[in-house]
Design a protein around this ligand. Structure first.
Ligand code: NDP
Length: 485
């Protein structure tokens, strides 16, 4: 591998790297060149068994430690991630193809934020005292047990940490399965956690495709599954979890609206649309891909957008000057190209992009369609690539109804200088994460997640604690107990 930080085996189980070459080989392809840079092996039943056995065996002692002790380890891991940010960012770039300009500020750093935040919170997790006359009840906030995390390929380090940090802070053990497209980064998260003092078996990583995820979450020893993935996968995973009455967090896809009113600061609105469509080459679940622009400013908006997109630096993702990289895989690029063809077939106006970039790797030019209507495929389905659909509007109530007319409900944004309107529209959005005059911020302090088909539960913030712990009530009688017989 052409960088210094490669994981040394396919899986990380019980505090150590583990290999089992009987598993199906999975090639890791560098999206910027199409070259195979590593090969991992899918987890065999023996590997899955090892991971679940070690997680189950280690969990009770981890939960019995004080929150301060658990938190100290997480915070130490956060510091180590920050110290190693450069190497981790280079690894993230090789796993995903995202430019170093992004990975050096958005991946290991975001993972470290989660470890620091939930590490700090671990010692504050308590139950409550409920007085009932002279009797009383106290509650204990307890771990769920063994949690399975299943990741998508767009933010492999971040997802491994966003799921791991709250799970571990609450006293759970985790078995994490990365997407088979980006298997490397979660292994480094596991390695760092253990170097920071995490007991063996508390954070394990196993590789594989959907069948490995399915095998994990169907096991009776597993108490919870947290998935980041598409809506179709979410339906399958939710159904399997329901069969076992397991807890779930579902962070799924979206087709989020971004409404730009005619009084908006145009430059900021264009910035929001760029951040909400082209960061990570458009492979962000919360992207505002339906951009509703007031008809009076539409042409000015499109002109300014096209001017600014022309300044994107498309190239080697390891060059710090590069601001726009390849898609994660040939397959994802082909999916996006098929949506671009549908946009053209259905009559949308191609403003810019629409084609592959003439270089090796899976590069697509930033693409903008105008004159998009609500019925067009590109306005209804999640594309998960650098394709923005611009739609016209002229009435607030009408555009809000159109913004909400989707099965998804992950995020939504509004650009306007009218404060009352901004809050009115935000209140009206059917979405879990809303933005006023900004887009796609995801600080660990704020809850993140979707409504409707976009998800169940929340990641980040205090809200995540509710999804990785459960409450036990203990009734205490102080006097004699009466009974009818
Ligand atoms: P997928 O839904 O294809 O896969 C997600 C994960 O689930 C992968 O690890 C996959 O394994 C695994 N998986 C697939 N089938 C099953 C199954 N039956 N049981 C258990 N696990 C299974 O999503 P992508 O990886 O293609 O990621 C893109 C999607 O993720 C987009 O829809 C995007 O919107 C969403 N996403 C949501 C986010 C959010 O926070 N709401 C954030 C980021 C992405 P494998 O792929 O290895 O086969």
């Amino acid at each position: 591998m052409p960088y210094p930080t490669q994981p040394t085996a396919s899986h990380f189980i019980n505090g150590a790297y583990v290999e089992d070459t009987d598993g199906t080989p999975i090639d890791v392809i560098y999206p910027a060149t199409g070259e195979v840079i590593a090969t991992v092996h899918s987890a065999t039943p023996a590997i899955i068994e090892q991971a679940l056995t070690s997680a189950r065996a280690a969990q009770a002692a981890w939960a019995a430690m004080t929150g301060t002790e658990r938190g100290r380890i997480l915070r130490r891991a956060a510091d180590m991630m920050r110290d190693r940010n450069h190497d981790l960012s280079v690894l993230e770039t090789h796993d995903t193809g995202k430019p170093y300009q992004e990975t050096s500020v958005a991946d290991a750093t975001s993972g470290a934020d989660a470890l620091e935040y939930f590490g700090g919170m671990a010692a504050t997790l308590t139950g409550e005292h409920i007085q009932l006359g002279e009797d009383w009840v106290y509650t204990r906030r307890e771990a769920l047990g063994v949690c399975v995390g299943i990741g998508a390929w767009n933010y492999p380090t971040q997802i491994a940490c966003w799921k791991g940090a709250p799970a571990l802070a609450c006293g759970n053990a985790m078995v994490f399965k990365p997407s088979e497209t980006t298997p490397l980064c979660a292994l480094k998260v596991a390695e760092i956690l253990h170097e920071a003092g995490l007991p063996a078996g508390i954070y394990n990583v196993v590789q594989g495709l959907g069948d490995v995820g399915a095998a994990l979450l169907e096991d009776a020893r597993v108490d919870k599954v947290s998935l980041t993935g598409s809506v179709p996968t979410g339906r399958k995973v939710y159904a399997a979890a329901a069969a076992g009455l397991k807890h779930v967090t579902m962070e799924l896809g979206g087709k989020s609206p971004l409404i730009v009113f005619d009084d908006a600061d145009l430059e900021n609105a264009v910035s929001g649309a760029i951040l909400g469509n082209f960061y990570s080459s458009g492979q962000v679940c919360s992207n505002g891909t339906r951009v509703f622009v007031h008809k009076d400013i539409k042409e000015a908006f499109l002109t300014r957008l096209a001017d600014r997109l022309a300044t994107a630096v498309i190239g080697d993702p390891l060059d710090p000057a590069t601001s726009f990289g390849p898609m994660v895989s040939e397959r994802q690029m082909q999916i996006v190209l098929s949506y671009i063809a549908k946009g053209q077939d259905e009559g949308a106006r191609l403003v810019c992009g629409g084609t592959r970039v003439d270089r090796a790797g899976f590069y697509l030019a930033p693409t903008v369609f105008a004159d998009v209507t609500d019925e067009m495929t590109i306005a209804r389905e999640e594309i998960f690539g650098p394709v923005m659909a611009v739609l016209d509007f002229d009435d607030e109530q009408d555009v809000l109804a159109r913004a909400n007319a989707t099965e998804f409900g992950l995020a939504a944004g509004v650009f306007t200088r009218d404060l009352a309107r901004a809050h009115r529209v935000a209140a009206g959005f059917e979405a879990g994460t809303c933005y006023i005059n900004t887009y796609n911020d995801a600080p660990v302090e704020a809850p993140f997640g979707g409504v409707k088909a976009s998800g169940v539960g929340r990641e980040n913030s205090k809200a995540a604690i509710e999804h990785y712990s459960q409450i036990k009530s203990v009734y205490v009688r102080m006097g004699d107990l009466e009974a009818p017989f």
